[in-house]
Ligand binder design. Structure first.
Ligand code: PLP
Length: 408
């Protein structure tokens, strides 16, 4: 193990689950064992996993491009011209933002890669980055990997996990360089309002901060709420980098296609460094997802399924003594308060053993998430399968509440 000492401290301290019993949802021996034992992995933010759900047009296109032989060659590292055009058209249809696909857009191999790449040119050792807590943990790790210092900005259950600008303001120092915003938020399912984004934009402009927006869940906002693009708030275009992908809204995570958009002054630097940092996205995948951009109406069926499951989860978990959840504003996951029953880790472990369900411990998403669980209700294609898994989980929680003599 001595070579580990030669690593950067941030890597030396990481734990991939090979040498510990770390409870990780997606890597290492523990996750593999759970899958082998038939535990339902409702911890992957991946719609309908493990069931097949690819739109037929995407399957047909994938087969066609493989058979044509063209997909064994590279596109430019910045991605296919045609795909960038289709993405720009869809963005304009969705929110009215007009992008030049040749100057404002780059294709990434998924948004996880896109987010690290987006941060790369900015973060120097010691730079502080404000990240709302709880939120997507990879964004915090990315900052550390790049030598920056993530600064958690607390959000609170009583605010529906919306932002308190004073929490940002009091953490700004001369070293603050960036704000990372996951909108809509994973794990809380919060879709940030125009007013709070305006307040955050004012703060970014006042302190000359860069804003990286993780918009992986932009297609999952429920109809009662609005999806507001930070890049469209006046004064933000020139300091905002937005990262999205086909993984969540389109349910095409396995294709590994994402995109980033921003001002061309910034994009020029991403174009210049694309080969070094991301290589290129798969040619086959970029070609195969094009039909999903030409006609994205299949998403409507997904949204209907999420809405039904959201209501089911809400009614079910709020009926369990000691357990509660708010109605999600976006996403396809329930964010469940189990703090009266135990710690997040204890309850995750208990549910693996008692209900054969693996969900995520809330503290994985930040300290503010302690006492909460995230459950992906979009798992399984059939609604009945998702309901059955949720029933099993609620029943186990009910038994635990009874044992602990928790009522109401
Ligand atoms: C908030 C958020 N952003 C980004 C990603 C990365 O997704 P992908 O790399 O598949 O685009 C995820 C995946 O879970 C996520 O939850």
């Amino acid at each position: 193990m001595s070579v580990i000492k030669r690593m950067k401290p941030v890597f030396a301290e990481l734990d991939g689950g090979l040498f510990s019993a770390a409870q990780k949802a997606d890597v290492g021996d523990v996750a593999r064992k759970m899958e082998e034992q038939g535990v339902a992995m409702m911890s992957w933010a991946d719609p309908f996993k493990p069931d097949p759900s690819t739109p037929p047009e995407v399957i047909e296109e994938a087969l066609k491009v493989i058979q044509s032989g063209t997909s064994s060659h590279y596109f430019m590292p910045i991605g296919s011209d045609e795909l960038r055009k289709l993405i720009a058209q869809r963005i304009e249809r969705k929110c009215g933002l007009k992008l030049d696909p040749g100057r404002n857009l780059i294709i990434n191999p998924g948004s996880d890669n896109g987010l690290l790449f987006a941060m790369f040119p900015w973060i120097e050792p010691g730079d502080e980055v404000l990240i709302h807590d709880p939120s997507y943990p990879n964004n915090t790790l990315n900052v550390k990997i790049l030598g920056g210092i993530p600064v958690a900005v607390s959000t609170y259950a009583e605010d529906g996990w919306h932002l308190r600008i004073e929490e940002y303001e009091k953490r700004v120092t001369t070293k603050t360089k960036m704000v990372v915003l996951t909108n809509p938020n994973n794990p809380t399912g919060t879709s940030f309002t125009r007013e709070e984004l305006q307040a955050l934009a004012d703060l970014c402009i006042r302190h000359d901060l860069i804003c990286i927006v993780d918009q992986a869940f932009e297609d999952t906002v429920y109809p009662e709420y609005e999806m507001v693009n930070m890049a469209q708030i006046p004064g933000m275009w020139e300091r905002t980098v937005t990262v999205c992908s086909v993984s969540k809204g389109m349910g095409l995570s396995g294709f590994r296609v994402g995109w980033t958009y921003c001002d061309d002054v910034i994009m020029d630097k991403y174009f210049a460094s694309a080969v070094s940092i991301q290589g290129a996205a798969s040619t086959m995948a970029q070609l195969a997802v094009m039909p999903a951009f030409r006609d994205d109406s299949f998403i409507e069926e997904y949204r209907r399924k999420y809405a039904v499951r959201r209501q089911y989860a809400y009614d079910l978990f709020n009926s369990v003594p000691g357990v509660s959840m708010d109605m999600p504003e976006a996403g396809f996951y329930a964010w469940i308060n189990i703090s009266r029953l135990g710690s997040s880790q204890e309850i995750v472990q208990y549910l693996i053993e008692e209900a054969k369900i693996n969900c995520n411990a809330g503290n994985f998403f930040g300290a503010q998430g302690e006492g909460w669980l995230r459950l992906i209700y979009a798992c399984f294609w059939e609604d009945q399968d998702a309901f059955a898994a949720m029933d099993r989980m609620a029943e186990a929680l009910r038994r635990l509440a009874e044992k602990k003599e928790i009522t109401g």
